[in-house]
Design a protein around this ligand. Structure first.
Ligand SMILES: Cc1cc2nc3c(=O)[nH]c(=O)nc-3n(C[C@H](O)[C@H](O)[C@H](O)COP(=O)(O)OP(=O)(O)OC[C@H]3O[C@@H](n4cnc5c(N)ncnc54)[C@H](O)[C@@H]3O)c2cc1C
Ligand code: SF4
Length: 493
C-alpha cells in the first residue's frame, strides 16, 4: 500500500487539509474522553476541541472512521491495518505513537520551519536568538523581502508597534469575526453537561457562546476578515490593553491555527499580500509575520530542541504553589483592577491577548514566586489555544525566566508603571501604580521590588538587569515594601 493510501490518523489538533496527502485519503479520527478526565480544562476549551473534531468527522463522512472511546488504545484496537500519523505536538503523544507497531510516524506539519532546518540553524548560532531565527525564516520563505534586503530596509518595526492605547478607551476598528453555533455545538454542549453531571469530568471557567473557528471554512473566513478589516491596526496597539476592548486588533486565530485548521505560512503570505496591494501598512504586517514565522515556530522548535527536562527548570527557585483564587479563576475575589479584569476574561472566554498573558497574569506569578511547572499547567488548562508544546517555552522560558535566560534575556517583570502606560486600568483602580506601600500601594509595584530583592543575587550577573538592580539599591523603604508584600502573601490582591 502506498503511503498516501494508508489511513491517516489525525489528532484533534491536526484537522486541516494539509495533514492529508490527498483529498481522498482515508482518515482516522478518535475522540478519547479520558483526555478530559486527566486535568481540569476550561469548559470552553473542551467545547472547542470536541466541536472541531466532530465537525471534521461530519465533513469527511465515509472517508473517515470516527471513534468515540474512552482511550486512544481502545479505539486503535478496532482499526484494521496500518495507519500513519504526522508527528503529534506533545512529547507524551509522540512517545505513545512511536511505541505502536502498526503506526508510521511522519514529520510534523502545521509549522513553517521544519525540524531539520531548525537544528541546522542552531548549529550556526552561538545563542538561539529569536531575532536571528526570524530573519533566517524571512529569507528562506522570501517573506517581506526585496531581493536580499528586507522590505522597507528594516527587519524590525517594534518601535512603531508599541503604542499605548487610545485615550478614548476604544480602538476604532471593525470587531472580530465570530461564528454562529450549529447543531454539532449543541450536541457537544449537551454531552459536556452530561459528563460533568455524571462526575466523569470537571471543568474550570464558564460556558458561553463559541468564539473561535472550528472548521476550515470558518477559519478561512476568520483569516480573511482579519486581513481585510483589522490587520492595519494590528501593529501600533499590539501591546496595549483596554478594559472595554478585550480583542483590540488581535486576530483571534491562534485557536484554529493550533487545531491545525490554518497554516501559519498561508496567514503570513496573506498579510504580505495585503501590504503589496497597499491595503495594510508595513509595520503592522511585519509585526504579524514576526509572530507567526518567528515566535510561533521558535516556541515550537525550542520545545523539542531543549529536551524533556526543560519543562522542570526553575532557575529562580520559585516554589510557591498557586493560590486557589487563581486556579479557580475567582476574579470576584480581587480588587486589583487589571488582574481582576484579565482573570475574569480567562474565566468567561478562555482567551486574552499576549500582553495580559505576559504582563499581568505571568508577571504576577513571577513576582510571587509561583512554581513555573504549576503556572505552565494552569495556562495549558485554562486557555482555548493552550497545548503542551506552546506552554513550555512561553511560560518556563519567556514569562517565568525559569530557564535562566535561554529564551528571554531578562525576566519580564514590571511594576504598575508599565501597566499604567499600556492600559487604562489604573485610573479606576483602588490602588495607585506609583505607590509601593500603604493602603493604596499597588501590588504589582510592591511585588516588582520584592521580586528584585528576592532574586538580587541570581540576577546581578545579567547586564540587562543592572539598571533595575541599581534602582533597588536606591529604594529607601525597601523593608516596608517587602513587609507589606509578605503580609499580602498569596491572598487575593
Ligand atoms: C504566558 C504566555 C502563554 C501563552 N500561551 C499561548 C497558548 O497557549 N497558545 C498560543 O497559541 N499562544 C500562546 N501565547 C502566545 C500569544 O499570547 C497567543 O498566541 C496570542 O495571544 C493568541 O491570540 P491571537 O491569535 O489573537 O494573536 P495575534 O496577536 O493576533 O497573532 C499572533 C499569532 O502569532 C502566534 N504567536 C505569537 N506569539 C506566539 C508565541 N509566543 N507562541 C506561540 N504562538 C505565538 C499565534 O499563532 C497568534 O495567532 C502565550 C504567550 C504567553 C506570554
Ligand atoms: S494600580 Fe496596580 S493593581 Fe491597579 S490596575 Fe494599576 S497596575 Fe493593576
Amino acid at each position: 500500500m502506498s503511503q498516501s493510501a494508508e489511513r491517516r490518523w489525525c489528532f484533534a489538533d491536526q484537522l486541516g487539509p494539509h495533514f492529508l496527502d490527498s483529498d481522498d485519503q482515508p482518515v482516522l479520527l478518535i475522540e478519547a474522553r479520558a483526555v478530559f478526565g486527566r486535568r481540569r480544562f476550561h469548559r470552553l476549551k473542551a467545547h472547542l476541541v470536541l466541536s472541531a473534531l466532530r465537525h471534521r468527522a461530519a465533513e469527511l463522512g465515509d472517508q473517515a472512521i470516527f471513534l468515540q472511546t474512552r482511550t486512544y488504545r481502545e479505539a486503535l484496537d478496532k482499526v484494521p491495518g496500518r495507519v500513519s500519523v504526522c508527528q503529534p505536538t506533545s512529547r507524551v503523544a509522540d512517545n505513545f505513537v512511536r511505541s505502536l507497531p502498526s503506526v508510521d510516524v511522519l514529520p510534523a506539519r502545521g509549522f513553517a520551519t521544519d525540524r531539520e532546518t531548525f537544528e541546522r540553524w542552531t548549529q550556526s548560532q552561538r545563542g538561539l536568538l529569536l531575532e536571528q531565527f526570524y530573519r533566517d525564516a524571512r529569507r528562506r520563505f522570501d517573506l517581506l523581502m526585496d531581493g536580499k534586503e528586507p522590505t522597507g530596509n528594516r527587519w524590525n518595526f517594534d518601535a512603531e508597534n508599541r503604542e499605548p492605547p487610545p485615550k478614548s478607551g476604544r480602538l476604532d476598528v471593525v470587531g472580530p469575526w465570530l461564528p454562529d453555533e450549529d447543531e454539532i455545538d449543541e450536541q457537544v454542549r449537551a454531552d459536556l453537561d452530561k459528563w460533568e453531571r455524571d462526575g466523569d469530568v470537571s471543568f474550570v471557567g464558564r460556558d458561553g457562546p463559541r468564539e473561535f473557528a472550528v472548521t476550515r471554512a470558518e477559519s478561512q473566513s476568520a483569516l480573511e476578515h482579519f486581513i481585510e478589516n483589522r490587520l492595519t491596526q494590528f501593529g501600533p496597539t499590539e501591546d496595549a490593553m483596554l478594559a472595554g476592548d478585550r480583542w483590540m486588533s488581535h486576530s483571534g486565530l491562534s485557536a484554529p491555527m493550533n487545531l491545525g485548521l490554518l497554516d501559519p505560512l498561508e496567514c503570513a503570505y496573506a498579510a504580505e499580500d495585503a501590504y503589496r496591494k497597499g491595503n495594510a501598512p508595513l509595520a503592522s504586517v511585519e509585526g504579524y509575520v514576526r509572530q507567526l514565522i518567528g515566535w510561533r515556530d521558535y516556541i515550537w522548535h525550542t520545545y523539542w530542541h531543549h529536551g524533556d527536562e526543560y519543562r522542570n527548570r526553575n532557575a529562580l527557585a520559585a516554589h510557591q504553589p498557586l493560590p486557589q483564587w487563581f486556579t479557580d479563576l475567582d476574579a470576584d475575589a480581587l480588587e486589583a483592577r487589571c488582574l481582576k479584569d484579565v482573570l475574569a476574561q480567562v474565566r468567561d472566554h478562555g482567551w486574552v491577548h499576549h500582553i495580559p498573558r505576559l504582563m499581568v497574569l505571568s508577571n504576577y506569578a513571577l513576582q510571587r514566586g509561583w512554581q513555573p511547572a504549576a503556572v505552565t499547567d494552569w495556562f495549558h488548562r485554562s486557555f482555548v489555544d493552550g497545548y503542551d508544546w506552546v506552554m513550555v517555552g512561553n511560560v518556563v522560558g519567556m514569562s517565568q525566566h525559569a530557564d535562566g535566560g535561554l529564551i528571554a534575556t531578562k525576566p519580564y517583570a514590571s511594576g504598575g508603571a508599565y501597566i499604567n502606560r499600556m492600559s487604562d486600568y489604573c485610573g479606576d483602580c483602588r490602588y495607585k501604580p506609583t505607590r509601593r506601600v500603604g493602603d493604596d500601594g499597588c501590588p504589582f509595584t510592591g511585588g516588582y521590588w520584592t521580586f528584585l530583592a528576592r532574586n538580587h543575587d541570581r540576577l546581578k550577573g545579567n547586564h540587562r538587569m543592572s539598571q533595575p538592580l541599581a534602582g533597588l539599591n536606591r529604594l529607601t523603604n525597601l523593608d516596608d515594601v517587602i513587609a507589606q508584600q509578605q503580609e499580602l502573601g498569596d491572598g487575593p490582591p
